[in-house]
Design a binder for this molecule. Structure first.
Ligand code: ANZ
Ligand code: ZN
Length: 882
C-alpha cells in the first residue's frame, strides 16, 4: 500500500526528468547492432534535424509522431531501432563564421548541444548511444571511403557543367540562392559559368528507381508521383536536321542539328528549330554576330533552374542558319536561339510545332512565325479548324501530314519513327529527365571529396588508408571564395601514385550526400568501416520513416539511389531504404498584422470574444491570419522550450497528437495546449482519487474472473469500454490515426469517471480501466503514464518487481468483451420502418416481439387492427403484418 499520499497536482517538472533518467538507467531503448532475432525488428526513423540552434514545432511534431510509433512497436514485442543524429554540414554555419566570426565547427556543436538537451526534455525513446553528426570525422571519413567504392564501381564522373556564379563573392550559388537573377548576399548579377565538377551517376539507376516505385506500397501516392515526374521517362525520337550550309562550331564543323521530340507525329507541323543559348550552334552564331552574342549573354544572366526558365518571358534570336526537313522535300526552316530550351535536357535543341505545343505557340505568335495545324481534335472539321491562342496538345487525327494523314496520334508516332529510321534521319529513343547528380560544392563546411590532382597522373583517389581527409581548422573567412582553396598549406600534398607535388580537391560534397546513407550508418555507428553487413542487413530497410513532404523528391531519391548502388555492389541486401514512409503536415499558428504591415507577436495582441483583435500598445485594429506556417518573419512561432517549461513535455505531445490527423496541417493554439494540460491533470486526479478504493492487482484478477453478468452490470460495462478502447487505440496507432486514439482515451477516462459505484467488482474493473488507460496513453504521454503507474503499482521489495510501463507489453483486448451486449432491431409494420429498439444480445424472441409491439409509433401504425403475422429476423428486423 501507499504510505505517502500523492500531491494534489501533478508536478511534471519533477516527474519528467526523473522518468527520463530511469529509462536511460535501465537501458529501455537500447538494442544491439546485431540482435539474436528472437523478436521481430522494427526500425523507426524520423528525418534527422539540421542543427540550426533551436528545435521548432515542426521538429516536435515529427519526433513525437516517431516516438509514438517506436514506443508502440516496442510494446508490441518488436526490437526497435530508434536513433537520432545531426545533418550538420551546410551553409548556415559558414554564414555564421562570416558574419559573427565564430568557427563553423564551434557554432555547429554548440547548436547540437542545445538541441540535444531540448529533444531529451521531450522524453523521446531514442537510443542516444547511436548519435552522430555528419560533421564528425568518424562519419564523413567513412563517407569518403564509400565514395571511393562508388568511384571504383564506375558511378563517379567528372564533367563540365553550368553553374550559377556570383562574380563578387567568387562562389557558386545554389539555385535557391539566386534571387531575381542576383546573388542573395552580394546582390551581384549572377552569371552562368561552366566548371569541371564531380557527378554521381544516378542516371544509370533511373529505370530501376522508376520501376521500383510500384513496390513501395507503404509510401504516399503523392510522393511516388513526384518521384516519377522527377525521374521523367519520355518516349520519343531523336531527329537529325541537316543544316543547309555547314557551320564553324566551337569544336569543328557542324552539318546537322539533332533534336529530341516526344511528338515525331507532328513533324509536318514544324515552324522553326530552336536551340539553347549554350548549344554549340548558338556559340557559333555568337562568334559571328554581336547581336547574337548579346542575346546569349542575356540568357546566361538568367538563373539555370528550370523554374526560372519556365517563368521567364519567351524570347529568341534568329541565327540566320537554316535546316532541311526529313520528310518535306526542299523545305527549309530557320534556326532560332530560344531562352525556353534547356541545354541539359534531351539534345538542347527542339523542332517547334506551335499548333501542338503552347510554348512553341507563344513564341511563334510573338515573332510572327507560321502555325500549321496538323492534329485534328476528335469531331473537328478539317476545313474550318484553326489554332488561336491555345495549342492543341491532346491526341487526335493527323492531317496536312503527307504519309501520316488519317492516322491517330499514337500510330502516327510509330509510323513517323519507322520512316525516320528507314531514312537514317533519326531513331526512337527513351529520354529521362533525371540528370546526373552534381555533388561538388566550392565550400568549406562539408565533407572533403577524397581526390588529388596530379599533373602527371590526373585525378587520383586518396588511398583508403589515408582517410579521413579532415577539414583544416585554421581557416580564413574574411576573403571571398572557398577557404579550402586559399588555405596556405592544406591542399598541397604529394601524389599518392607518383609522389610528385600535387593538389588536393578543394570541393566538398553536397550535403545531400551526407543524408543519403546516415540511416544505414545508424545500424553500426561506431564501426571502422562505413557499414557492417550483419547489422545493416538486419535492420534495413527502415520500417517507418517520417518527415516533411519538402523532402519528397531529392533526399528520398538520393537515398534510394545510394541504397541501390550499395545493393548493386553487394554491400547491402535491400535495394530500397524505406519500406514505409509517412509525411506529416505543418504546424501553423495565427498571425497578427498591424495596419502598417508590421507583424505582431501574440503577446502584443488582445483578442476579443467576438474574434477581433487589437494591438495592446496602441489599441489599433489588427488583422488575424489563420493557419499560417510558423515563421520567424511573421512573428507567429511558438517556442517548444517555453511550452515544455510551462506545461511539460506530455502536454505538448498530447496536444500535437490530438488536433488533426498527422498528415494534415495542425493549428497550434494556446487554448488547445491549455486543454491538453487540463487532461493531463485530470488523469492524475482520476488516478489519485481512485487509489484508496482499488483492490490489489491479485484481488482484481480474481474479481474480474468471477464477474456475474446479472449482478455486476456496471463492472462489465466498464470492462467493455476498456477492451473496446484497447482494440480501437491499437488500430489507430497502427494507422497513424493518432487523433482517433486520443479521442478514444478521452472516452475511456469519461467512462472511468462515471463508473462511481463502490462494489468490489466495479473497483476491480476500475483498476483494470485505469491501468489500461495508462498503457494505451503511454506512447503519447510516457512520463505521466510512468508516474501514475508507479502509484497504481508501487514497488515492493528489493527486486522492484513492478516494471516500467516502457517495459510492459501492449494490453490485449479480450474478444468476449468486444462483442456488443445489445443489438439494434428495426421494427416494421407492413414492411415500413416505424421504430428501432435496442435489446440484450440473446434475448428470448417473445421479449423482443413484446418490446417491438409496445413502441408507440408501432401501435399507431397498427391502429388497433389484428396482427396476422409476426416475422422476426434475429438481430435485424421485426415485421408485423396486419
Ligand atoms: C516537338 C513537339 C511537338 C513537342 C509538339 C511537343 C509537342 P517531355 O515530355 O518533358 O519529355 N523539348 C525537348 N527538349 C527540350 C529542351 N532541351 N528544352 C525545352 N524543351 C524541350 O517533353 C518533350 C518535349 O519538350 C519535346 O517534344 C520537345 O518539344 C520539348 F506538338 O518536340 B516536342
Ligand atoms: Zn602523380
Amino acid at each position: 500500500m501507499n504510505d505517502v499520499s500523492p500531491p494534489a497536482r501533478y508536478d511534471f517538472a519533477m516527474a519528467e526528468p526523473r522518468w527520463q533518467a530511469e529509462w536511460e538507467a535501465r537501458g529501455c531503448f537500447a538494442v544491439p547492432d546485431v540482435p539474436d532475432g528472437s523478436r521481430p525488428k522494427s526500425y523507426v526513423l524520423e528525418m534527422f534535424p539540421y542543427p540550426s540552434g533551436k528545435i521548432h514545432m515542426g521538429h516536435v511534431r515529427n519526433y513525437t509522431l516517431g516516438d509514438v510509433v517506436a514506443r508502440h512497436k516496442r510494446a508490441t514485442g518488436h526490437a526497435v531501432m530508434h536513433p537520432m543524429g545531426w545533418d550538420a554540414f551546410g551553409l548556415p554555419a559558414e554564414n555564421a563564421a562570416r558574419e559573427r566570426g565564430v568557427h563553423p565547427a564551434a557554432w555547429t556543436y554548440q547548436n547540437i548541444a542545445n538541441m540535444r538537451a531540448e529533444l531529451k526534455r521531450m522524453g523521446l525513446s531514442i537510443e542516444w548511444d547511436r548519435e552522430f553528426a555528419t560533421c564528425d570525422p568518424s562519419y564523413y571519413g567513412q563517407q569518403q571511403a564509400l565514395f571511393l567504392d562508388f568511384w571504383q564501381a564506375g558511378l563517379v564522373e567528372r564533367k563540365e557543367s553550368w553553374v550559377n556564379w556570383d562574380p563578387v563573392d567568387g562562389t557558386v550559388l545554389a539555385n535557391e540562392q539566386v534571387i531575381d537573377g542576383r546573388g542573395w548576399r552580394s546582390g551581384a548579377l549572377v552569371e552562368k559559368k561552366s566548371l569541371n565538377q564531380w557527378f554521381l551517376s544516378i542516371t544509370k539507376y533511373a529505370p530501376e528507381l522508376l520501376a521500383a516505385l510500384d513496390g513501395l506500397d507503404r509510401w504516399p501516392e503523392r510522393v511516388k508521383l513526384m518521384q516519377a515526374n522527377w525521374i521523367g521517362r519520355s518516349e520519343g525520337a531523336r531527329v537529325r536536321f541537316p543544316l543547309t550550309q555547314a557551320v564553324d562550331g566551337p569544336t569543328g564543323q557542324m552539318s546537322e542539328v539533332e533534336v529530341f521530340t516526344t511528338r515525331p507525329d507532328t513533324l509536318f507541323g514544324m515552324s522553326f528549330l530552336a536551340v539553347a543559348a549554350e548549344h554549340p550552334l548558338a556559340t557559333a552564331a555568337a562568334a559571328r554576330d554581336p547581336a547574337a552574342a548579346a542575346f546569349v549573354a542575356e540568357c546566361r544572366a538568367m538563373g539555370t533552374s528550370e523554374a526560372a526558365i519556365e517563368q521567364a518571358e519567351k524570347r529568341g534570336f534568329d541565327t540566320g542558319f537554316r535546316v532541311a526537313h526529313p520528310f518535306l522535300e526542299g523545305a527549309t526552316f530557320p534556326v532560332w536561339i530560344a531562352n525556353f530550351v534547356l541545354m541539359e535536357y534531351g539534345t538542347g535543341a527542339i523542332f517547334a510545332c506551335p499548333s501542338g505545343d503552347q510554348r512553341d505557340l507563344d513564341f511563334a505568335r510573338k515573332y510572327g512565325l507560321p502555325v500549321p495545324p496538323v492534329v485534328l481534335p476528335p469531331g473537328a472539321d478539317a476545313a474550318t479548324f484553326a489554332i488561336g491562342d491555345t495549342a492543341f496538345t491532346e491526341d487526335g487525327t493527323l492531317f496536312n501530314s503527307g504519309f501520316l494523314d488519317g492516322l491517330d496520334t499514337k500510330v502516327g508516332k510509330r509510323k513517323a519513327i519507322e520512316a525516320l529510321e528507314a531514312k537514317g534521319a533519326g531513331q526512337g529513343v527513351v529520354n529521362w529527365r533525371l540528370r546526373d547528380w552534381g555533388v561538388s560544392r566550392q565550400r568549406y563546411w562539408g565533407c572533403p571529396i577524397p581526390a588529388i590532382h596530379c599533373d602527371a597522373c590526373g585525378v587520383v583517389p586518396v588511398p583508403k588508408n589515408q582517410l579521413p581527409v579532415t577539414l583544416p581548422e585554421d581557416v580564413d573567412f574574411s576573403k571571398p571564395g572557398n577557404p579550402l582553396d586559399h588555405h596556405p598549406s592544406w591542399k598541397h600534398v604529394a601524389c599518392p601514385r607518383c609522389g610528385a607535388a600535387a593538389r588536393r580537391e578543394t570541393d566538398t560534397f553536397d550535403t545531400f550526400v551526407d543524408s543519403s546513407w546516415y540511416f544505414a550508418r545508424f545500424t553500426a555507428p561506431h564501426a571502422g568501416t562505413p557499414l557492417v553487413a550483419e547489422a545493416v542487413n538486419h535492420w534495413l530497410p527502415v520500417d517507418q520513416y517520417i518527415g516533411g513532404i519538402e523532402h519528397a523528391i531529392l533526399h528520398l531519391l538520393y537515398s534510394r539511389f545510394f541504397t541501390r548502388a550499395l545493393h548493386g555492389m553487394g554491400k547491402l541486401a535491400t535495394p530500397e531504404p524505406f519500406a514505409g514512409l509517412f509525411t506529416q503536415g505543418m504546424v501553423t499558428h495565427a498571425s497578427y498584422r498591424a495596419a502598417d504591415g508590421r507583424w505582431l507577436y501574440p503577446e502584443e495582441v488582445e483578442v476579443a470574444p467576438d474574434g477581433t483583435a487589437t494591438a495592446k500598445a496602441t489599441g489599433e485594429a489588427v488583422a488575424i491570419g489563420r493557419g499560417e506556417k510558423m515563421s520567424k518573419s511573421k512573428n507567429n512561432t511558438v517556442d517548444p522550450g517555453a511550452i515544455i517549461g510551462r506545461y511539460g513535455a506530455d502536454t505538448a505531445r498530447w496536444f500535437i497528437l490530438s488536433d488533426n490527423p498527422p498528415e494534415r496541417d495542425m493549428e497550434w493554439s494556446e487554448a488547445g495546449v491549455a486543454g491538453a494540460h487540463r487532461f493531463v491533470q485530470r488523469l492524475h486526479r482520476l488516478t489519485t482519487a481512485a487509489l484508496d478504493g482499488l483492490p490489489s492487482p491479485d484481488e482484481t484478477e480474481r474479481l474480474l474472473a468471477g464477474l456475474d453478468p446479472a449482478r455486476d452490470r456496471a463492472a462489465l460495462a466498464l470492462r467493455r469500454e476498456t477492451h473496446g478502447a484497447i482494440a480501437a487505440v491499437s488500430t489507430a496507432l497502427e494507422t497513424f490515426a493518432f487523433n482517433v486514439a486520443v479521442a478514444r482515451i478521452h472516452g475511456l477516462a469519461n467512462a472511468i469517471g462515471e463508473a462511481s459505484d463502490t462494489a468490489p467488482a466495479t473497483g476491480a474493473a476500475r483498476r483494470e480501466a485505469l491501468e489500461t488507460l495508462l498503457r494505451l496513453a503511454a506512447p503519447m504521454m510516457p512520463h505521466l503514464a510512468e508516474e501514475l503507474w508507479s502509484l497504481l503499482r508501487p514497488r515492493h521489495g528489493p527486486e522492484g518487481e513492478a516494471r516500467l510501463v516502457a517495459e510492459l507489453p501492449w494490453p490485449e483486448a479480450d474478444p468476449a468483451l468486444l462483442v456488443a451486449d445489445t443489438v439494434k432491431i428495426a421494427v416494421q409494420v407492413l414492411g415500413k420502418l416505424r421504430a428501432t429498439i435496442e435489446v440484450p444480445v440473446g434475448a428470448p424472441e417473445a421479449d423482443i416481439l413484446a418490446a417491438a409491439e409496445a413502441e408507440e409509433n408501432v401501435q399507431r401504425a397498427i391502429a388497433g387492427k389484428p396482427i396476422r403475422k409476426r416475422i422476426h429476423v434475429p438481430g435485424r428486423v421485426v415485421n408485423f403484418v396486419v
